[in-house]
Design a protein around this ligand. Sequence first.
Ligand code: GTP
Length: 446
Amino acid sequence: MSSLPAAGDGKDVTEELGAGAVAVRCEEGPGRGFSWETSGAERESRTPFSSGFVEDPRSGLGRVVAAPLPGPEVSRQRPRPRDKGSRASLAYSRLEGRWWGPRTTRAPPVLSLLLHEPELSAEGGATGARKLPAGSTSALWRHLLVGAERGLGAANCSSPNRNDALLLGHRREPRLLEQAAERDPTRTNGGEQQAAWVFATIRNLPGGVTLSMWSSPCCPWGRPQDAEGLQTKRLQQRGRQSPGGGGDFYDVSFKVMLVGDSGVGKTCLLVRFKDGAFLAGTFISTVGIDFRNKVLDVDGMKVKLQIWDTAGQERFRSVTHAYYRDAHALLLLYDVTNKASFDNIQAWLTEIQEYAQDDVVLMLLGNKVDSAQERVVKREDGEKLAKEYGLPYMETSAKTGLNVDLAFTAIAKELKQRTMKATSEPHFRLHDYVKREGRGASCCQS
Ligand SMILES: Nc1nc2c(ncn2[C@@H]2O[C@H](COP(=O)(O)OP(=O)(O)OP(=O)(O)O)[C@@H](O)[C@H]2O)c(=O)[nH]1
């Protein structure tokens, strides 16, 4: 792979980026958000995927994105001339409002990824903007399989001058597409229309990762089969109030992480809690890490939970490790229909012990209890394990919603109590609460 040209020299770098060259990573931390252009070639496919978190300094909202990059330290440094040829070559500083890289430039680079639209970030997901040269048939875009699976979602994007747009979307956020489409109908740029409209999927990114993408029906790589269907859907849903949003007020805020093997239902649990919906159908693994916010009213106090959905797959483990230290609470899930996921709980606990704070609030959840026929892990086994480790325990179903709200509410109550130094309220006991309130197959220990 050749190195990226300096930003602003007007060159189309897409060919040079080569196969699999799509992703973005960000510096972590409030008020320091910026995005990176990255690239990766096939030969770097063993590079572990990494991810970053960017937070809008004004709204305090953020989003997580994934990138095939080495360690997080890469993003903590400004690219310098000596970085030329490294994969973190260009960056856009939101605070400074300019691009910088090997050479600071006035204009954004031809191929750039940018994070913005903070209101969308409240919903999580990876977004990015990409300026495409008109009629581009770059190697990059040949990697897009237009018209991939239905049900993939997207978030909005645009370039800094808000002319050219394309996005790297989140796989399970069709609502974001609707929002994006309503806010940004097809834009015009020098006679060429580009906007976020139609999804595609980028496959075979380094690490074997697949990312979903939406783009314009009139984009250079052609109109996908179901563009009209999408448009119809958008029109029908116009006027629906967008849920969530970034304007929630809160008194206290906590970070909660969902961990456990791939496929145990972490994403579904989060979506059930946040949206009251169940993600049935094809299982698509989480890439890197993602999060969503929800504000709960806990005994008169607004408690914001920023819930981080981690990827259960082993290859993303190095990504999630970095987030443990900031977590106030962890929900550790296994799947009652999958014995291996239960057997792996001990390994997860070892990991938690190593990376999380000592005082992290931890709860064990046996998910998918609606699948009674397929159940292979008995409730008693879950209880026993929880007791052994002194954990509160519940059985949940993201499908039916059983105990889902309860699990998060219990966590919020416990965390809220910890922040109240002296209070006249009765002492909250997480174990007792879970035992008392849990429904159906839920239970307890202690
Ligand atoms: N029956 C049933 N299926 C569920 C439940 N929760 C999740 N699933 C299904 O299990 C599969 C995996 O769910 P996800 O939420 O994507 O799993 P995950 O833990 O986030 O997986 P990774 O992202 O790979 O870590 C999907 O096909 C879901 O539809 C549940 O409570 N009941």
